[in-house]
Design a protein around this ligand. Structure first.
Ligand code: PEP
Ligand code: MN
Length: 337
């Protein structure tokens, strides 16, 4: 059950509701929001009799939620959650495009590709400074130097940036530099990291684990929101199946299902899903057609010499062409780019 407090509820009223919940034998977890506090009622095995709570001072509404991901669930609130970053909004009519190389490799490379990406029409830049690589001998990212280059690219282009954090101890540093904190596929189940990014205010892009169900993804998002950070964007980036022709299998059905089950925006990363540049454009078009709230696409100025994920990176010219096609598809489904 969720108890939604009024916008002007006092600390005393919130505490009194918590006390009543505890007296009923349940646990109360207040979660602050921008406008109002929501109190999660935990520990009940069946529907709670809410009549007493509903009459308490400061209570706006009581909502019974059957799903374990109470705050994420569509049952928990009628309006979808919109996540705003500068002039971009995820979860509205517009479909923001996040683009950039897999990794920030050096200043010259990054500033050059950032400029081309902006001209092509992307709204957010991406690039890893801390790279989770399958082999310990592969390029691991430039670390803080990479974050500085991202910050410079933001300064020069005026576009917000998105980059991955891999460890709890780097969250403060990364959030000083970035506009969106990415939690990569490998860390979707890292609950201490999820809680840590939930305790700070920067929006979080949460990628679906390679072997995670939609249910597990939504519960991972609940970890972040239950710490008070409601700015969560989900990302479908392909799951591992028996198919070997693609790096992963893009689960496009996850998009309408996530919209049905949750209030959160969900974007698609076709690059990590397919692993080959020639499949990125068709999958991007399909993602927009199926209702994705954004796209994340890897773009590199010299894919053949990229330090990571070159084979799946689009050259800027091809990305620009793709953006034009996506505009038409977006319009057909009542969206804009
Ligand atoms: C990435 O976005 O660069 C990345 C490593 O993605 P994923 O975690 O989805 O593999
Ligand atoms: Mn990559």
């Amino acid at each position: 059950m969720l108890v939604i407090m009024k916008n002007d509820a006092t600390e005393g009223e919130i505490e009194a509701v918590g006390k009543s919940i505890r007296e009923m034998g349940y646990t109360a977890k207040p979660v602050p929001g921008v406008q109002r506090t929501t109190i999660c009622v935990l520990g009940n095995e069946r529907r709670v009799d809410s009549s007493h709570i509903e009459g308490l001072s400061g209570v706006m509404e009581v909502i019974h939620v059957s799903k374990p991901y109470k705050l994420v669930s569509r049952e928990g609130g009628k309006e979808p959650i919109h996540v705003r970053i500068g002039n971009c909004e995820f979860g509205g009519t517009a479909i923001p495009l996040i683009a950039g190389p897999c990794a920030v490799e050096d200043r010259g490379q990054y500033l050059e590709v950032a400029d081309a990406i902006k001209r092509a029409g992307a709204s957010i830049l991406r690039g890893g400074a801390y790279k989770p690589r399958t082999s310990p001998y592969s390029f691991q990212g430039l670390g803080e130097k990479g974050l500085e280059i991202l910050a410079e690219a933001r300064e020069v282009t005026g576009l917000p940036v998105c980059t991955e954090v891999m460890d709890v101890e780097h969250v403060s540093l990364v959030s000083e530099y970035t506009d969106i904190i990415q939690i990569g596929m490998r860390n979707m189940h890292n609950y201490s990291l999820l809680k840590r990014v939930g305790c700070q205010g920067k929006p979080v892009l949460l990628k679906r684990g390679m072997a995670a169900t939609i249910n597990e993804l939504l519960n991972a998002a609940e970890y972040i929101i239950s710490e008070g950070n409601w700015n969560v964007i989900l990302c479908e980036r392909g799951i591992r199946t028996f198919e070997e022709q693609t790096r992963n299998t893009l689960d496009l059905s996850a998009i309408p299902i996530i919209h049905e089950l949750s209030r959160l925006p969900v974007i698609v990363d076709p690059s990590h899903a397919c692993g080959r540049w020639m499949h990125v454009s068709p999958l991007s078009r399909a993602a927009v057609a199926v209702g994705a709230d954004g796209l994340m696409i890897e773009v590199h100025n010299h894919p053949e010499s990229a330090l990571s994920d070159g084979p799946q990176s689009l050259k800027p010219e091809l990305f620009e062409k793709l953006v034009k096609h996506l505009r038409t598809i977006a319009e057909t489904v009542g969206r804009t780019l």
